[in-house]
Design a binder for this molecule. Structure first.
Ligand SMILES: Cc1cc2nc3c(=O)[nH]c(=O)nc-3n(C[C@H](O)[C@H](O)[C@H](O)COP(=O)(O)OP(=O)(O)OC[C@H]3O[C@@H](n4cnc5c(N)ncnc54)[C@H](O)[C@@H]3O)c2cc1C
Length: 255
């Protein structure tokens, strides 16, 4: 199937994107790497009348140290993050998680901003951001808003972004040490049936609800995951317990 007809605008500044979002409302969608949006349009699950291409906006494709944080621009591609030395050194949880995100061809196009704004509950990166206590930067005509990852993912494919806001970067505290990442998927590169990204005592599960689910080590899991073609809810609860136990074993006395 092919996507329905749409208008295409190539934006050159963040301000232009926000103005276009405000002008067209829900009919407009930002186009970043296109790896989630274009398949959804081809399947007619999304039919925006205007696509705002942000791929040529400069200044959003850098990974840089900002004091005790690492800032990753919204247009940084998955594969760039995966190969980045600063990320590997200071936020190794993210490097490990990205090995599990899709396949090389998709990682070559998909962007960090697109992945987080898409807010797929089965995606690795939103859970990592919650575990890492990352902060999202959202720009609009009102300025830049900082949103803690814990409050950014608000439901199934839903975020706290206002209709005229664009995600421009994510700030991640430097962590190093006590982290754990594992997911259970049918095949390498598939979305996880259940996954866990942990930093110290912060356990962020994915694919067990409509958004990342944060639990503290030692706290009851009390999960209410969905039943779908991949697994029953009971199977997911079981697998989440297995991952939790593996994390606690791996992190040992370090949490
Ligand atoms: C076969 C396949 C397998 C995949 N497997 C995985 C996987 O295992 N794990 C995983 O995490 N992902 C997976 N993905 C998705 C992939 O990671 C996408 O790249 C990512 O989810 C979306 O990034 P994008 O840059 O392509 O965004 P796009 O597809 O361009 O956009 C996605 C959504 O985000 C919005 N958006 C984009 N950028 C911004 C922004 N800066 N501000 C506000 N809104 C924005 C768009 O309007 C759209 O609604 C897979 C994709 C495919 C096709």
């Amino acid at each position: 199937m092919k996507a329905p007809a749409f208008d295409y605008v190539r934006a050159t500044t963040v301000a232009e994107v926000c103005a276009l979002l405000a002008e067209h409302g829900p009919d407009a969608r930002i186009l970043a790497g296109g790896q989630s949006l274009l398949p959804a349009m081809n399947l007619r699950l999304a039919s925006p009348s205007v696509l705002i291409d942000i791929g040529r906006i400069s200044g959003l494709d850098a990974i840089e140290m900002r004091g005790d944080r690492l800032r990753i621009g919204a247009l940084v591609r998955h594969q760039t993050v995966l190969r980045d030395g600063l990320v590997a050194r200071h936020v190794p949880l993210l490097t490990e998680a990205l090995r599990h995100v899709a396949h090389p061809a998709i990682r070559a196009r998909g962007t960090i901003g697109g992945n987080l704004a898409h807010a797929d509950p089965a995606s690795e990166l939103p859970a990592c951001m919650v575990a890492l206590q990352a902060v999202m930067l959202a720009d609009s005509p009102r300025g830049t808003r900082r949103i803690a990852a814990e409050y950014f993912f608000t439901g199934l494919f839903q975020t706290a972004l206002a209709p005229d806001e664009m995600l421009t970067a994510v700030d991640i505290p430097l962590t190093g040490g006590s982290w754990f990442f594992e997911e259970i998927a049918r095949r390498s590169g598939d979305y996880a049936i259940v996954g866990l990204a942990a930093l110290g005592s912060r356990l962020a599960f994915f694919s067990v609800g409509d958004r990342p689910v944060l639990r503290q080590a030692g706290e009851a899991l009390a999960l209410d995951p969905p039943d779908d073609l991949q697994a029953t809810a009971a199977m997911r609860v079981h697998l989440a317990g297995v991952l939790r136990d593996r994390a606690l074993l791996a992190l040992g006395g370090r949490i």
